[in-house]
Write a protein that binds this ligand. Structure first.
Ligand code: SAM
Ligand code: SF4
Length: 331
């Protein structure tokens, strides 16, 4: 049975948070002191994770993205990639397995991830200035991130996308330099509108940088031509100066793409979420540990989708930020 919700959206993309821990403290994501971490015993074991993924594939998932927190902090991340990549869908094909990471530690394991079957990688990089990076992430790790990106290129983990959150008085003066840096390396840069998902609740609609502003800024130095075939992809993509370079903008706040959403999210403690902004969750861990059958666990996927709303509601009066921060949901 397809993973269809009440609005006809078919879900094929499962985003799994491998951990809520992180070695950075990006201001738009976490406060300096971090967040109350999930209890260790609540985290899914690799076996529990595999069972849930296998059931998801049977129900229609075709793509699995590993995220967090920082997924590379899981010592068993290569094993998890290999085990998911080896699973099969009902038609016999393997799922696509990708990862979203801050890049720290990637320099050591990029070739192993490639061999394990990783098909794509997104790496977050908001600035090329070491001092600024330190201020923004509260850690002095820019060199490690760049080494990780270089290793991903060397291991041919392509396509490699770079994620950046533009922020006023933080890195907005640098968006052109970031784009040039990515273009020179054949990397696709995607700017993400800052969303109200941070644990410290610093998001402010009045100061956030919008997609319209980004297009205006980037167009000062480059000709941007919209690419039409967007599908379920969140980014609106543009050819830069006629191509082949591409830049994307993910306008979750000012131009939501909820109507084409095909994503489900699994938290590190085994809760299924139909949306980043959902206020409810469907518990998979409890039934799994109490001996539920595959059919019963598959039903949790469908129950979760039955509660999926048509949109995230950020722009509606009365919008409430979810209790879980982005780092504990899996961005
Ligand atoms: N730690 C990994 C990383 O930074 O790539 C994976 C998890 S992180 C939550 C996933 C993505 O979410 C990153 O690209 C990050 O920049 C983005 N992100 C985090 N908080 C955000 C926010 N409040 N608004 C928009 N994007 C955010
Ligand atoms: Fe960590 Fe990623 Fe959040 Fe930054 S955005 S604090 S790297 S989880």
């Amino acid at each position: 049975m397809a993973l269809e919700d009440n609005y006809g959206r078919i879900h094929r993309d499962l985003r799994i948070s491998l951990t809520d821990h992180c070695n950075l403290r990006c201001t738009y994501c976490m406060p300096a002191e971090g967040v109350p971490w999930l209890p260790r015993q609540s985290l899914l074991s690799p076996e529990e994770l595999m069972r849930i993924v296998r059931i998801g594939l049977n129900e229609g998932i075709t793509e699995v993205r590993l995220t967090g927190g920082e997924p590379l902090l899981r010592p068993d991340v290569v094993e998890i990639v290999a085990r998911i990549a080896a699973l099969r869908r009902p038609d016999g094909s393997h799922p696509e397995v990708s990862i979203t990471t801050n890049g720290i530690g990637l320099s050591k394991i990029a070739p192993a991830l490639k061999d394990a079957g990783l098909t794509r990688v997104n790496i977050s990089l908001d600035t090329l200035d070491a001092e600024r990076f330190h201020r923004l992430t509260r850690r002095n790790r820019l060199a490690d991130v760049i080494a990780g990106i270089d290793a991903a290129i060397a291991a041919n983990l392509r396509p490699i996308k770079i994620n950046a959150v533009p922020m006023r008085e933080v890195n907005l003066d640098e968006v052109g330099a970031l784009l040039d840096w990515c273009l020179a390396r054949g990397l696709e840069l995607r700017f993400i509108e800052q969303m109200p998902l941070d644990a410290g609740k610093i998001w402010d609609r009045r100061t956030m940088v919008t997609q319209a502003e980004m297009i205006e800024l980037l167009s000062r130095d480059h000709e941007l031509t919209p690419i039409q075939d967007r599908g379920a992809a969140p980014a609106e993509r543009f050819l830069v100066d006629g191509g082949p370079g591409v830049v994307g903008i993910i306008a979750s706040v000012t131009a939501p793409f909820c109507g084409a959403c095909d994503r489900l999210r699994l938290t590190a403690d085994g809760q299924l979420r139909s949306c980043l902004f959902a206020r409810g969750e469907s518990d998979l861990r409890g039934p799994l540990r109490e001996g539920a059958s595959d059919e019963e666990l598959a039903q949790v996927f469908h129950t979760c989708l039955a509660g999926k709303l048509p949109g995230h509601g950020i722009n509606e009066p009365g919008f409430l930020q979810p209790d879980r921060p982005m780092s504990a949901i899996g961005g």
